[in-house]
Design a binder for this molecule. Structure first.
Ligand SMILES: Cc1ncc(COP(=O)(O)O)c(C=O)c1O
Length: 442
C-alpha cells in the first residue's frame, strides 16, 4: 500500500509567528514595497521567491568556481564538478533516492518531455537498453492522465500518443473538483502503459489520492509518472514510498533558481531508456557512424549543464531541510484552511474545486462573479498583492469548471496569516471596486 502524504502530518508543529518572521528575513525581496504597500507575494505556485543562501550560492559560483564541469584537468573544473555533483547528492538525499537516479534538466517541462520522448523511441532509439522494448507503446496501448493536469503533463502525452498510435485517456473530475475515482478504476486497465498524474493540482491545490491510483496502475503493469511541481515545495516527497517510477519538479518552485529541473527515475528504467538529446558528455565512444552512451544520469545530460542553477537548487533544498518539510507542510496546512475559510465568507466568489474531499496545500483559484480575472488581479496589485491570473496552463480544467480564467492565490513557507487576511479583504473589495453590489450581475 502506498502512502499519501497528508497535507498536515500530525507529528510536526507548525512554525510559530516568530519562526516565520525569521524565515522571512532570509528573503530579501519580501522587504520591498509595491504600489506603496508592503509586498504580499501570493504567486508562489508560479515561482517561489529566493532566500539569501540561494542568491549567494549562485553568485559565489560565478565569483569563485566558474568552469565547465566533468572534463577539465584544472582546479576550477574540479571544484565546479564537485559542486555540481554535490548538488545531485543533495537532491537525491532530499528525495531518498540514489544519485544516479537524479537527472538535471532545464525545468519540469523538459523532464516530462524527456520521458515521453524516450518512451516514444524505446523500441527504435539507439542507446536503448535491451529492457527498453518493454516500455515501447503502440496501437492498443493507453496512456492515462487526469483532467487536472498542467499542460506540461498533458501535451507531451498527447504527442506521444499521436506518434505511436497509442490512445490518450483521462480520469475526469467531479463537479466538486475531486478526481472521479470510480471512473479511474475502469479507465486504468491492462491496456494502460503509462499513468501520468499530478501530485498536487496547480489550480485546486488538492493532493491527488495516490494511495488509490498507484495500486491500480501497478496492477495493470503501467509506469507511473508523477508531476511533483506543486508538491515538492509543500510536502515531504519520497518517490519510492509513493511507489512511482518517475517524479519531476522544477527548482524555481522550490525556492531555487529558474533554469533547473529535476527528473527522478527508477535506475533500471532510466538505464533502459534511450537518450532524449544527443551530443557531448554523454558517451563512452563515438565513431563516424555511431556512439555508445553512458548510463544515467549522463546519458540524459548532454552539453554543458546548468551548473550554477543546480548549485542554487541545492542551497534551496538545504534551506527547506533546515526548516523541515514536515513543519512547512503543517504550517501551510493551517494557512490553507485560513485562506479557504476567509474566501468562503466573501459573497459572489467561487473557489475552484473547493468541495473536493482531498487534503490540499495553501492555494486557491477563485472566480469573482462579473469580474474578469485580469481585472481582479489588478485590484490586488494596486495594494501590493501579487496573484496569478489566467488559466494557469490548465485550460481543460478551467473549461471543466465552466470558466476561461481564474485568480490564483498561492502561499509559501514565508506567507503569514496576516497576509492571507489582507488578501481576503482585498478580494472582498473587488466587486465593490467595479460598482457591483452583493448578488448583482454585471
Ligand atoms: C503542476 C505543474 N506541472 C508542471 C509545471 C511546469 O513547470 P515549469 O514551467 O517550471 O517547467 C508547473 C509550473 O508551475 C506546474 O505547476
Amino acid at each position: 500500500m502506498t502512502d499519501v502524504l497528508p497535507a498536515a502530518p500530525s507529528t510536526a508543529a507548525p512554525l510559530s509567528a516568530g519562526e516565520i518572521d525569521a524565515v522571512r528575513q532570509r528573503f530579501p525581496i519580501l522587504s520591498r514595497e509595491v504600489n506603496g504597500h508592503p509586498l504580499t507575494y501570493l504567486d508562489t505556485a508560479a515561482t517561489a521567491q529566493k532566500p539569501d543562501v540561494v542568491i549567494e550560492a549562485e553568485s559565489a559560483f560565478y565569483r569563485e568556481s566558474n568552469a565547465a564541469v566533468h572534463r577539465g584537468a584544472h582546479t576550477l573544473a574540479g571544484e565546479a564538478t564537485e559542486l555540481y555533483e554535490d548538488a545531485r547528492l543533495t537532491v537525491a538525499a532530499f528525495l531518498g533516492v540514489d544519485e544516479h537516479e537524479i537527472v538535471f534538466t532545464s525545468h519540469a517541462t523538459e523532464a516530462l518531455n524527456l520521458v515521453a520522448y524516450a518512451l516514444g523511441t524505446a523500441s527504435i532509439g539507439r542507446g536503448a537498453g535491451a529492457a527498453a522494448a518493454e516500455f515501447a507503446l503502440g496501437p492498443g496501448d493507453e496512456i492515462v492522465v487526469t483532467e487536472l493536469e498542467h499542460h506540461a503533463n498533458l501535451i507531451p502525452w498527447q504527442e506521444l500518443a499521436a506518434r505511436t498510435g497509442a490512445t490518450l485517456r483521462f480520469i475526469p473530475v467531479h463537479d466538486h473538483g475531486g478526481l472521479d475515482l470510480d471512473a479511474a478504476a475502469s479507465i486504468i486497465s491492462e491496456r494502460t502503459r503509462v499513468l501520468a498524474i499530478t501530485h498536487v493540482s496547480n489550480v485546486t491545490g488538492a493532493v491527488t489520492p495516490l494511495d488509490v491510483l498507484v495500486p491500480l496502475a501497478r496492477a495493470a503493469g503501467a509506469l507511473v509518472v508523477l508531476d511533483a511541481c506543486q508538491s515538492a515545495p509543500h510536502l515531504p516527497l519520497r518517490p519510492r514510498e509513493l511507489d512511482v517510477d518517475i517524479a519531476v519538479f522544477s527548482g524555481h518552485n522550490l525556492y531555487g533558481p529558474p533554469g533547473n529541473g529535476v527528473l527522478y527515475g527508477r535506475a533500471a528504467l532510466l538505464d533502459a531508456l534511450p537518450p532524449f538529446l544527443y551530443g557531448g558528455s554523454m558517451i563512452t565512444t563515438v565513431t563516424m557512424e555511431k556512439a555508445e552512451y553512458l548510463p544515467s544520469p549522463q546519458r540524459f545530460e548532454p552539453g554543458t549543464p546548468r551548473i550554477a542553477q543546480a548549485i542554487g537548487l541545492a542551497a534551496a533544498i538545504r534551506f527547506v531541510q533546515e526548516v523541515r518539510m514536515e513543519r512547512i507542510a503543517a504550517t501551510e496546512h493551517v494557512l490553507g484552511e485560513r485562506l479557504l475559510a476567509g474566501l468562503s465568507t466573501v459573497p459572489d466568489v467561487r473557489v475552484l474545486g473547493a468541495g473536493s474531499p482531498e487534503p490540499r496545500v495553501a492555494l486557491a483559484s477563485i472566480v469573482v462573479d462579473g469580474v474578469h480575472a485580469h481585472d481582479a488581479g489588478q485590484v490586488l496589485d494596486e495594494v501590493g498583492i501579487a496573484a496569478r491570473v489566467g488559466h494557469h496552463c490548465a485550460q481543460p480544467l478551467h473549461r471543466r469548471f465552466g470558466v476561461t480564467a481564474s485568480l490564483r492565490l498561492s502561499a509559501g513557507l514565508y506567507t503569514t496569516e496576516a497576509e492571507l487576511d489582507r488578501a481576503v479583504e482585498a478580494v472582498a473589495s473587488i466587486r465593490p471596486f467595479f460598482g457591483l453590489s452583493e448578488g448583482e450581475q454585471s
